[in-house]
Design a protein around this ligand. Structure first.
Ligand SMILES: [Zn+2]
Length: 366
């Protein structure tokens, strides 16, 4: 195939789609080669060429092959090979009529973007390490989840099927982003041989725990209400499961979530022990990982509290209760009263007595 043949057969639009780039109505988009806030890259579909009009950019103009060269940072020869490959795939796509997003390919692109200074600063502020956990970054190469740290969500066969995006601008009510077709679990479906499973309230919390290399599996809920069908399905499949540990935020919604989901888990896995970590008030897993050495997690997990659901009481309509199981191990722990309101009076009432909570003042580990 001659270069001229390639140029007539491969439209610039197919190249853009391949890199998950979309143009606006005037065939413009944000230039992927400079920090572009207004769409400066003009696409000319008729001639299959493009020009970046920003004075702060040296991308200039080019055709489909130049576009690929710049995107892949490769030689002209490699770009031509890639172009041939795209033509081949386009033919298959037209035959099967499938233009499915290739999340795996997209994610490998996001992983390459993680090195920017702005992203590093954000990750440092969250105590997240891209060398220890699988994350990527999307500035504006993809038209969804812009300026987000990207966490892959995986299906039961461990393929990436969707993403969660956490905005690095971290605005109070606009930091969590899911795709419309959210599916899959983070970091993955728990391994078949899982014995102990920690459930966290958020993906960032799960990521923080993963960095500790605990000998426990971790699974993120999607917020306090985010125990989805996929979660319950995954949990019910675990044949060797012995214990589920809730590690929610140290606040009212976090405690309510434990209360809400305990009977659900109990029904899925009646023989499994259910416990929770007494997260210090106002803290969550990620905030603790920022302010403390990792041994705080050893302490908190070691002092987790078993939830007694007292199945035998269900028929006598008496209360079942959450009781503390472990006694404080050293002077840093203070006793504090903390009652759980029950919203499920008929079958399930919980009460935490003398829950051990590490107060902010006393939990500093110098
Ligand atoms: Zn540019």
């Amino acid at each position: 195939m001659e270069i001229q043949d390639i140029k007539t057969q491969l439209s610039i639009t197919v190249v853009l789609v391949h890199y998950y780039l979309t143009t606006d109505r005037s065939d413009r988009l944000c230039c992927p080669w400079h920090n572009d806030k207004t769409p400066s890259l003009q696409i000319y579909p008729k001639t299959n060429t493009w020009t970046c009009f920003s004075s702060s950019c040296n991308a200039g103009s080019g055709d489909q092959i130049d576009f690929i060269m710049k995107m892949e940072n490769c030689t002209k020869h490699e770009a031509i090979m890639k172009a041939k490959d795209l033509i081949g795939r386009e033919i298959i796509n037209k035959k099967t009529n499938s233009l499915k997003t290739d999340y795996n390919q997209l994610f490998s692109q996001f992983k390459r973007n993680i090195k920017s200074e702005k992203v590093k600063q954000y990750l440092d502020s969250r105590n997240l390490n891209h060398k220890q956990i699988e994350i990527g970054y999307n500035a504006n190469t993809w038209s969804y989840l812009k300026h987000c740290i990207i966490f892959p969500l995986r299906n039961p066969t461990n393929e990436i099927v969707s993403f969660y995006g956490r905005s690095i601008y971290d605005k109070e009510n606009a930091k969590h982003f899911y795709l419309k077709n959210r599916s899959g679990l983070y970091p993955s479906y728990p391994k078949e041989e899982t014995k102990t499973l920690i459930l966290t309230e958020a993906i960032v919390d799960a990521a923080s725990l993963l960095q500790l290399n605990l000998e426990m599996e971790v699974l993120a809920m999607y917020g306090t209400n985010g125990l989805t069908e996929e979660h319950t399905e995954a949990v019910s499949q675990l044949k060797y499961l012995e214990e589920i540990i809730f590690f929610m935020d140290g606040d009212e919604p976090g405690r309510k979530a434990i209360e809400k989901w305990t009977p659900v888990i109990k029904e899925l896995q009646p023989k499994v022990k259910i416990s929770y970590v007494a997260t210090p008030e106002g803290e969550d897993v990620n905030s603790l990982s920022k302010s403390h050495e990792s041994d705080i997690f050893t302490h908190l997990l070691g002092n987790r509290i078993e939830i007694q659901t007292a199945q035998q009481d269900l028929f006598s309509s008496s209360e079942s209760s959450i009781e503390k199981r472990k006694v404080a191990e050293n002077g840093r722990f203070v006793k504090q009263q903390s009652d759980f309101d029950s919203s499920n009076q008929r079958t399930y009432t919980t009460k935490a007595r003398q829950q051990n909570i590490i107060s902010k003042e006393e939990s500093r580990m110098d």
